[in-house]
Design a binder for this molecule. Sequence first.
Ligand code: ADP
Ligand code: MG
Length: 263
Amino acid sequence: MRNLREKKMAREIAANETGRSAAIVTVENVVKRFGGFTALSDVNLSVRAGEKIVLCGPSGSGKSTLIRCINHIEKHDGGRIVVDGIELSDRMSDINDVRREVGMVFQSFNLFPHLSVVENCMLAPIKVRGLSRAEAHERAIGVLRKVRIHDQASKYPGQLSGGQQQRVAIARALCMQPKIMLFDEPTSALDPEMVKEVLDTMVELARDGMTMVCVTHEMGFAREVADRVVFMDRGAIVEEADPETFFRAPRTERARAFLGQII
Ligand code: ADP
Ligand code: MG
């Protein structure tokens, strides 16, 4: 029989495991309408800490709407969304508490054109996290170094290539030390030769253990990092599987048709 000390340790380890796999995002029966049009109908998705999800599907299937609802850029009309333990609702006063834990990277990089690269990365940590300029600068340079773009720190976005701008956008989001990163087609506005540098940055982020939901049609990336591929069509999640299964043996005709078009 194990002694008490061992039992306590086992309990602590178990609690830790549970903590590590706890849901960061829970989406339950979510409905989103734009006027009479239903963009999301009864969507369910749970994202555990450390999990990497690739969200794919035809244009107009609701991928952007879903991740915009998770970030509360769009407000859902039905169901529940819980992010890091906080339920998103109309009456929220703590929406900024949620947003600061969620990093978002868009197709169009959305950097502030009048701020240098390092200032782009310092702004939110100063304004939202309350860091001093010196602290924010140190953090920004550290993150820019990690995405190997610190040599461009004093340039302005307009002086960088698209791939570099997107890596700065990723760095800027990371400077907030978010719990989860949402990517909405981060490489689809890039020239082909710049796609790889951005995907490489995302792969490294995944290896570092970041929780990620990525809307992307880069199936090589999906195979390499995704724990789960979630396929959407017409506002619903139609299929969900590990990448190997999804690509080898999609269950639905809609997924097969989609894969036939993009691969
Ligand atoms: P995806 O990202 O998968 O291409 P979206 O989530 O952008 O699709 O859009 C899903 C559907 O919702 C589309 O039919 C789109 O036209 C519609 N939609 C998205 N945003 C709006 C909006 N602000 N107003 C009206 N319709 C919208
Ligand atoms: Mg979209």
